[in-house]
Design a protein around this ligand. Structure first.
Ligand SMILES: *[C@@H]1O[C@H](CO)[C@@H](O)[C@H](O)[C@H]1NC(C)=O
Ligand SMILES: *[C@@H]1O[C@H](CO)[C@@H](O)[C@H](O)[C@H]1NC(C)=O
Ligand SMILES: *[C@@H]1O[C@H](CO)[C@@H](O)[C@H](O)[C@H]1NC(C)=O
Length: 510
């Protein structure tokens, strides 16, 4: 029996693919932080309370047909009023840390063009104080997709360099008011993903795009994403420069760290021919490098320059200075893996075969076999091995810069119709076990990963998917807004509590 078990473990440790039940908290290094993630617009609601202004998502929600089921974030989970309950839930899970974001329109209802809203500041002060009291470390995202609509109406938000000034003004107010308690900042959540959604597909506000990517009323899908990314990156760089210079005393005093979050999906070549291998490299460079190369090395990826040439802006010498090394850690959001198919030498869909997409088609099937089990988001099948692969890619490309996995989670392919069905979420538990196993192996092979956050605490407003896509450890009854723990919440709690060392040594490891 025990010999069998040992042999079984050897196999599972070397293959790290299908034996999730063997994952244990002690597979992660000392000081490794576990947490849960949320974002302001997805949970807060209270969209007009206490002088918060209308933001881009409030406006987008009102535009018919933009969001599944006509959902909006006006009430969301009413976290604004129920935050205390939610912090109690967070504490009950036994996590080390909690990642949330600040609502820009709550703090600065009119951006730079009006006053700071003291009630907005007070709300986040209460959250930070509660977390501190309970020994939970806050990871704070400054900008997670939502901003005051006035900045859109005045000058077109991220399409204009003026947005950089607004962002830096806002970030400065966050540092000043919250910096004494926040040791882990994230400047912007998923700039590449946001940019593609908002300016290439038109699936996020301000819903700009052009054919063949979509039929928006205005926009240019080839050019605008490039301009928007440049503004977001410079906004990041300028805010970090300010944080490090003006708030140096804070940073030194408390060891504050600042990073940027990007969704880091893995790309595997569809076939082993050279073209597809190059396509996989381009896929990674376009989706990850577009954000991370500039903040690590001060310039855009070569893979992008080769194709986009002069369409890609240059950073000035002064900008390169502050862009370079402008992160202390990489905040990695990871969900899935895709096959990459080359579109330079073979034919692809019209949208894939474009310079702005690096001539890479994202394919989920190889020889008739799906890359992974489906989830509630068709582009995000379950591919545990890809997690370790992308962590290794980041380790190599960015010289093993410290990483925190700030999002990883699962949504059911079919929205559960019955409560009992929603609560019995074994597939979510299996997802986390397998992904954690893949991560643990990458860490044992030297990847400098320091934390892992589940997306997400509560079922929430999943942007254009509305409330039907459920990623939460807690089920939200949309009528009563009751928070009901799913099995996965119980599993996470047990996982975090279990400090019993696994019986078997990891024989199969190198
Ligand atoms: C845009 O509209 C045209 C004409 O109505 C239609 O043929 C095309 O499929 C639409 N494209 C997208 C991406 O929706
Ligand atoms: C960027 O710099 C390169 C090399 O100095 C130059 O050839 C190119 O024209 C510049 N591109 C833009 C968009 O200014
Ligand atoms: C705790 O972890 C050990 C080692 O992995 C495992 O054998 C045990 O079943 C776990 N206990 C619980 C309560 O999950």
């Amino acid at each position: 029996m025990s010999l069998f078990l040992v042999m079984f473990l050897v196999v599972s440790a070397t293959q790290a693919s299908i034996h999730g039940e063997f994952i244990n908290r002690l597979d992660f290094p000392d000081g490794f932080m576990f947490g849960v993630s949320t974002s302001s617009y997805q949970i807060e609601g209270a969209y007009l309370d206490d002088s918060k202004s209308i933001n881009n998502w409030d406006v987008f929600s009102l535009s018919p047909g933009k969001i599944d089921n006509g959902d909006n974030g006006f009430i969301a989970n009413d976290h604004y009023h129920q935050y205390l309950k939610d912090i109690e839930i967070i504490q009950s899970l036994g996590v080390d840390a909690y990642r949330f974001s600040i609502s820009w329109a709550r703090i600065l209802p009119r951006g730079r063009f009006g006053e700071v809203n003291p009630m907005g500041i007070m709300f986040y002060n209460k959250i930070l104080d509660e977390l501190t009291l309970r020994g939970i470390k806050p990871f704070v995202t400054i900008h997670h997709h939502d901003f005051p609509q006035e900045l859109q109406d005045r000058y077109g938000s991220w399409l204009s360099p003026l947005m950089q000034e607004d962002y830096v003004h806002y970030a400065k107010i966050c540092f000043k008011n919250f910096g004494d308690r926040v040791k882990h900042w994230i400047t912007i959540n998923e700039p590449v993903y946001f940019t593609i959604m908002a300016y290439q597909n038109g699936g996020y506000p301000p819903a700009r795009c052009s054919p063949p990517f979509g039929n928006c009323s205005a926009g240019n899908s080839d050019i605008e994403p490039i301009i928007v990314m440049h503004n977001m990156l410079l906004a990041h760089g300028k805010a970090v420069k300010l944080y490090r210079k003006i708030y140096m005393h804070l940073q030194r005093q408390q060891g504050g760290l600042i990073g940027i979050a990007e969704v880091c999906g893995m790309f595997e070549p569809l076939t082993d021919n050279d073209y597809d291998q190059e396509a996989a490299s381009r896929g990674l460079a376009y989706s990850i490098g577009w954000a991370l190369d500039p903040v690590m090395f001060g310039d855009y990826p070569l893979e992008m320059r080769e194709i986009l040439g002069n369409q890609l802006p240059n950073f000035t010498t002064a900008e390169i200075e502050f862009m370079k090394d402008s992160i202390d850690y990489i905040a990695v959001n990871h969900y899935s893996t895709t096959y990459a198919k080359d579109c330079i030498h073979s034919s692809c869909s019209l949208t894939a075969a474009q310079p702005i997409n690096g001539f890479v088609d994202r394919v989920r099937e190889q020889n008739g076999v799906q890359i992974g089990e489906p989830t509630g988001v068709p582009s995000l099948p379950v591919v545990p091995r890809g997690f370790g692969e992308v962590i290794n890619y980041l380790k190599k490309r960015y010289n093993n810069k410290p990483m925190f996995v700030t999002e990883n989670g699962y949504s059911e392919p079919e929205t559960p119709q019955l409560l009992q069905e929603a609560l019995q979420d074994d597939t979510r538990i299996e997802f986390h076990k397998l992904y954690l196993l893949s991560l643990a192996q990458a860490i044992r092979n030297g990847a400098n990963v320091k934390g892992y956050f589940v997306w997400t605490l509560l079922d929430d407003f999943e942007w254009r998917n509305g409330y039907r896509t459920r990623f939460g450890l807690y089920y939200i009854d949309r009528q009563t807004l009751d928070r009901i723990p799913k099995q996965s919440a119980k599993w996470y709690q047990d996982f975090l509590k279990n400090k019993t060392r696994p019986l078997t040594v990891r024989i199969g490891d190198s």
